[in-house]
Structures are given as structure tokens and as C-alpha cells.
Design a protein around this ligand. Structure first.
Ligand code: NIG
Ligand code: FE
Length: 422
């Protein structure tokens, strides 16, 4: 069978093979299974062959219609998977920058009715079309920076109606644009005016979660577990109910204060625990024991400007599988850039480039339950491939602030190219 597209002659092709069953951990995070002079063939959206250029050419996959792309002098990787974003919203919060520079803490801005609540207001005021247009732009930027699959959380609605609208719009965008989207319900993102924490937790458990489950438009449920937002007890109640309703679970834990969030994540056996800047040694050991994936968000640490980063090295030594994400949102991480996240992860989380690549591909795919489809270049997986205009893998984190992506191939189609975009 002839391939629709053959990418060949890559100086280095990082296949990330061998981790589709279980996320990579410990030394496994350094195994990127590279192929020198690598080639990958794709037919009808799926990878049909992988190997050296010589092997694939000898295998006879090139027919008269096969598009051939030469990646000489370049690095080829799977498409990036961004497993933690909040991109469905309208508006922006650059007005909060001056407060932040004056040292007003993130949660103080929220307490004053700003922060997440400010985006809740701007999103409520926007039409479906406005939210979709603004979100599409962000998704297009993400695609140009190499993201081919992403998770998106609701959480700027905070009422049944508005949360359902957000999840519906995520589904529509999933159908209408290139990036594959995985939806997470995050009604427990902030306590809106008119409720105390307990009342809003009860509302989510009794009135919102069952309806969201019935609507069937979210795979995961997530909670902002943080002293002053949702306590351990409220978080556990919400996630326990979500589990009963067959959601898969995620948790924002130990971001701003050490509060036993990692321990709770392990107790509930969530798929992934996110942020974890303040996770305790016991919490890290518990995550490792339960195989919970740590989704680390160094662009959020960078943007909160507190010189505090998650203890990724301790997590990797303990055997916690680590993934990386942008946390793209209008407050704590207004960026779409996985390449920036890779640079920050190497410089401040002390990941090697190989570990960082594992964290943005196969481990990120595991964090959103899609490791059977994406995250590595293996026969049968989706043909989501990046051609990076870098001479070797070290160059990827090393040179930052510009876009290293030369071409994005999604299901075997070139969907973005540096040469043709204006
Ligand atoms: O993951 N921590 C809570 N939620 C987001 C921030 C959302 C916002 O500030 O709008 C986060 O950092
Ligand atoms: Fe987040």
C-alpha cells in the first residue's frame, strides 16, 4: 500500500516508542527511541511504517501520489500534546499586571472579585461566536507551535448553564478546527459571589455534576484544590461524586500552599495531579505509589514571578511519571507555547531535553487518556508529526522565544507550515 505522505531523512526522529501501555517514569523518561536518518509513512491518517529512510524506501511505500517531505538537517517528533489548558473564555486580564507588579498575590486579586471571576464575567457577556472566535485564535497559535492534541477545561462559567455552554463550545471547536480536544469539567474553579464554599460545593455535587454527566460532553472532572478556594474536604467530595458518575479525575493541587493535595490525589487515584509546586515528600511518594501523573506547569511559575518551581527532579527520582503543559489561561499563564514550556522545564525544573520531550508527548497523552492514539510515532497511531527546524534535540530548549516548528502534520496532512504562513 502506498503512503499518502512520507517524511524522510530526518537527522533525528524521536519516536518515543515503547511507552504506550504505561507512562514513562524514572530513567524511562530519557528513552526517546531515536532513529538516525529517520522516516515515517502515513496512510489514511495513520502511521503505516517507521524506520530509517533506506528501510522505508526499500519497503516500497512510495507511489506516484505520495507526498514526500525531506527533513534533512531537522528533528522529527510526535505532535505535542498539551494536557492542561483553560483556553475556552472571552476577554483578557492585562489590567491585573500592574497589581501583580505591586506584589498583590494571585488569590488576593481573586478575593477582590478579579482574577478568575473577572474572566467569568467577560465570558458570560460574550456571545457563542465571540468565545469561539477568540478561542479559535488561541488554538491556531497552539497549532503553529506544535500542539496537535490538547485538553480544555471549562470553569469560567460557574453556573450549570454557563458550564454546559463552555463544554458545548469545546465540542464544536473540536469538530471545526484541527487540534483534537479532550474536555474537562472544572466547575470547581472558584466560588462565585452569592455562595460560600460549602454552598457552592453542594450546588456542584447535587445540581451541576449529574447534569454534566448526562450531557456527556466532558471526559474528566477537575477541582482547584487550594486553601481559600476549595478545601481538601470539598475537593474530595466533588471528585468522589464525579467518580461515581464515571468521570475520570484530575486535580489542581498544592499550587500556592502546601496542603496535602498530592496526598489526596493519590488517595483518589486520579489520572493526574497538576501544578504541585508545594507538594510534600510524602505527597510525592504517594503519587509514585499510585502511578498518578504529575502535570507540571513551569510557564505558570514563571508568570507568577515567585521563583518557585515544582520539584520535578525529586518526582522523577521517586518514580512519578511527569508530563508538561502550558496551563494556557488569561491569568496565571497567558501563553500557548509548548516550546516555551520545554525551555522553562529544562532551565528551572532541571529536566533534560529527552525528559522534557517525553513529558510533552507520550506522558502528556497518558495524562489525558489518549496514549493509544497519540504521543509517539508507532505503526497504527495517528499520523501527528512535527518537523522542527533544529539541528539536534538540545537546540530545542536552548534557543527560545521564537518558533522552532517548521511544519505540523495532523493525521497525515500538512496543516501548518512556517514557509507559507504570513
Ligand atoms: O491553573 N489555578 C487555577 N486555575 C488556573 C488559573 C486560571 C485563571 O487565573 O484564570 C491555573 O493556574
Ligand atoms: Fe490550570
Amino acid at each position: 500500500m502506498y503512503a499518502d505522505i512520507l517524511i524522510h531523512s530526518a537527522d533525528m526522529m524521536a519516536t518515543m516508542m515503547g511507552h504506550s501501555g504505561c507512562p514513562a517514569r524514572g530513567e524511562g523518561m530519557s528513552e526517546i527511541s531515536p532513529i538516525k536518518d529517520g522516516a515515517v509513512a502515513i496512510r489514511e491518517g495513520k502511521i503505516t511504517a517507521i524506520g530509517t529512510t533506506e528501510e522505508l524506501l526499500a519497503g516500497g511505500c512510495v507511489g506516484p501520489e505520495t507526498i514526500q517531505i525531506c527533513a534533512k538537517g531537522k528533528v522529527v517528533t510526535p505532535g505535542f500534546v498539551d494536557p492542561h489548558t483553560h483556553v475556552i473564555y472571552a476577554g483578557s486580564r492585562e489590567n491585573e499586571l500592574s497589581l501583580k507588579l505591586k506584589g498583590v498575590p494571585y488569590l488576593e486579586i481573586l478575593k477582590q472579585g478579579g482574577g478568575i471571576l473577572s474572566t467569568v464575567r467577560s465570558t458570560k457577556q460574550a456571545t457563542d461566536e465571540e468565545i469561539k472566535a477568540q478561542t479559535s485564535r488561541r488554538l491556531q497559535t497552539m497549532l503553529s507551535l506544535g500542539t496537535t492534541t490538547a485538553e480544555v477545561k471549562s470553569g469560567y462559567g460557574l453556573t450549570l448553564e454557563e458550564e454546559m455552554r463552555a463544554l458545548r463550545l469545546i465540542k464544536e471547536l473540536d469538530n471545526e478546527q484541527v487540534i483534537d480536544l479532550v474536555s474537562t469539567f472544572m466547575g470547581a474553579h472558584a466560588v462565585p459571589p452569592g455562595y460560600n464554599e460549602e454552598e457552592f460545593t453542594n450546588y456542584l455535587i447535587n445540581d451541576v455534576l449529574p447534569q454534566i454527566a448526562a450531557q456527556g460532553q466532558a471526559e474528566f472532572c477537575d477541582v482547584f484544590c487550594e486553601p481559600g478556594v476549595f478545601s481538601l474536604n470539598s475537593s474530595e467530595r466533588i471528585l468522589a461524586k464525579a467518580k461515581q458518575l464515571h468521570f475520570k479525575l484530575k486535580i489542581h493541587a498544592d499550587e500556592l500552599a502546601p496542603a496535602g493535595g498530592a496526598e489526596l490525589a493519590a488517595k483518589l487515584k486520579v489520572t493526574s495531579a497538576e501544578h504541585l509546586l508545594q507538594a510534600s515528600d510524602e505527597g510525592i511518594a504517594a503519587l509514585a505509589k499510585q502511578g498518578v501523573i504529575a502535570v507540571l506547569l513551569p510557564s505558570t511559575s514563571f508568570n507568577l514571578a515567585k521563583n518557585s518551581y515544582a520539584r520535578a527532579r525529586a518526582m522523577i527520582s521517586a518514580g512519578v511519571p511527569v508530563a508538561l503543559a502550558t496551563d494556557s489561561n488569561p491569568g496565571s499563564s497567558p501563553t500557548e507555547s509548548m516550546p516555551l514550556v520545554i525551555t522553562l522545564a529544562c532551565l528551572y525544573l532541571r529536566l533534560t531535553p529527552e525528559e522534557a520531550l517525553t513529558a510533552v508527548t507520550i506522558n502528556a497523552a497518558h495524562a489525558i487518556g489518549k496514549s493509544n492514539l497519540v504521543g509517539s510515532l508507532e505503526v497504527g497511531k495517528q499520523g501527528d508529526v512535527l518537523i522542527l527546524d533544529v539541528p539536534n534535540l538540545n537546540y530545542l530548549p536552548y534557543h527560545f522565544g521564537s518558533n522552532p516548528v517548521e511544519r505540523v502534520i495532523k493525521r497525515g496532512r500538512v496543516v501548518w507550515s512556517a514557509c507559507t504562513s504570513s
